[in-house]
Design a protein around this ligand. Structure first.
Ligand SMILES: [Zn+2]
Length: 193
């Protein structure tokens, strides 16, 4: 199992290779990346309590080397105008694709060697897959904003208020990341006493 934080950092660096951004990934970069990996993104009205889901068609002609043919990320319409949550959910679903779409052993006998794997994020699945959900959240957080970039932002003057306090409201607005998440990570990194 890959370490979600290391994997997330690798993805951030890969996507920022030329752009030299010193902030959180934008929704455009994340959407473009998903499409370039062969994914589709749609917004649909999903059941209450279901944030999103992912479906992947996987080619298992070579059982030891399953290959993702295509995949689709479906996000609840509810979040369509909420950029912070859209970023978080897209990264979260991407993490399930990278880390959690396990090929069942009985899948080898299908006719065209292709199987569809699904992963749904609902209140119910959070309860039964808690470990996977924690991993996916961890990936999402560090994919959108790795710690080394977060540290840069935390020490940037535009985010420091009079008295040396960090302006989480402004940072949250600019970087389109939830304030609570920024604050929690800043505390963990030792920037807030
Ligand atoms: Zn999930």
């Amino acid at each position: 199992m890959s370490n979600p934080v290391i994997l997330a950092n690798e993805f951030y660096n890969h996507l920022n290779k030329d752009k030299k951004e010193n902030g959180a990934l934008t929704i455009n970069i994340i959407e473009e990346a998903i499409i370039s990996f062969g994914g589709q993104i749609t917004y649909e009205q999903l059941d209450i309590g279901c944030d999103g889901k992912i479906e992947a068609i996987v080619d298992i002609s070579i059982p030891k080397e399953p290959k993702i043919d295509s995949f689709s990320i479906i996000i609840n319409n509810f979040y369509k105008d909420d950029e912070a949550n859209r970023k978080r959910l897209l990264a979260h679903e991407l993490s399930h694709l990278l880390l959690h779409l396990d090929i069942p052993s009985e899948a080898k006998s299908t006719e065209n060697n292709k199987i569809t794997l699904k992963f749904e994020d609902s209140i119910m699945s959070r309860g039964t897959n808690l470990e996977k959900e924690v991993e996916a959240d961890l990936f999402a957080e560090h994919f959108i904003l790795p710690n080394n970039i977060l540290k840069l932002l935390l020490s940037e003057r535009k985010y420091i208020k009079d008295g040396g306090f960090i302006d989480f409201d402004n940072m949250s607005k600019e970087e389109k990341i939830h304030k609570n998440s920024l604050r929690a990570r800043a505390i963990k990194l030792g920037y807030v006493k």
